[in-house]
Design a protein around this ligand. Structure first.
Ligand code: C5P
Length: 218
């Protein structure tokens, strides 16, 4: 049987997480937050004080790390048995993730970990290259974006709500820098799959975006 996949790709802060989680819940499908896999690896690399240039060692950590995902209401992640959920959203983690995500060796190792999420009755996969590289066979694809200013505003609010210290100007700069890094890297760069539905959420509410995405699924 063909297990359906809906991919939602786009830049950081476009609302992919909220939309994907909600759509997965409504459909009763599994949810893959692929960014959290890169973020978890980044935490392992930071904790083990591995240099960002040491690609072989980073790929080795990617191979050996044990990740457990618990996606009930909110995503919870354990790395080698330790709960790292609260460390996932920080800017430090996001920036480190985007640096190591540019290494082809790392992406190859993490590919199978992502494909493992493809289980019945269906999967909503959220990331940068879900529709282009990891699940090119997906029948439904969305590219969700928003202006850099709007995304920075949203990220700022999110971090504040979680009680994490944040600075709007710095977040905007970091988002623009991360966009460039994700779009310009040589492997799996952030780009809309040709067969994706393009949604600019700058002037849309979360519910409006969810409705557009739900309309895609029969
Ligand atoms: O989506 P999120 O902000 O959690 O992703 C963190 C970083 O992980 C991104 O900036 C990107 O560099 C990387 N990533 C990726 N491919 C994915 C998901 C995330 O390269 N599918």
């Amino acid at each position: 049987m063909n297990i359906p996949i809906l991919t939602i790709d786009g830049p950081s802060g476009a609302g992919k997480g909220t939309v994907s989680r909600s759509v997965a819940k409504r459909l009763g499908w599994h949810y893959l937050d692929s960014g959290s896999i890169y973020r978890s690896l980044a935490i392992a690399v930071l904790d083990e004080k591995i240099k960002f240039e040491d690609i072989a060692e980073i790929a080795n950590v990617a191979k050996t790390m044990a990740l457990e995902f618990d996606c009930d209401e909110e995503l919870a992640v354990r790395l080698n048995g330790i709960d790292i959920t609260s460390r996932l959203p920080t800017e430090e983690t996001g920036n480190a993730a985007s640096i190591i995500a540019a290494y082809p060796e790392v992406r190859t190792v993490l590919l199978q970990k992502q494909k493992d999420f493809h289980k019945a009755p269906g999967l909503v996969a959220d990331g940068r290259d879900m529709g282009t590289v990891v699940f090119p066979e997906a029948s439904k694809k969305v590219y969700l974006t928003a202006s850099a200013e709007e995304r920075a505003n949203r990220r700022y609010k999110q971090l504040k709500e979680k009680g994490i210290d944040a600075n709007l100007v710095r977040i905007t700069e970091e988002i623009e820098k991360r966009d460039r890094r994700d779009q310009e890297r040589s492997v799996a760069p952030l780009t809309a799959a040709k067969d994706s539905l393009y949604i600019d959420s700058s002037n849309l509410s979360v519910d409006q975006v969810i409705e557009k995405v739900m309309n895609l699924v029969p």
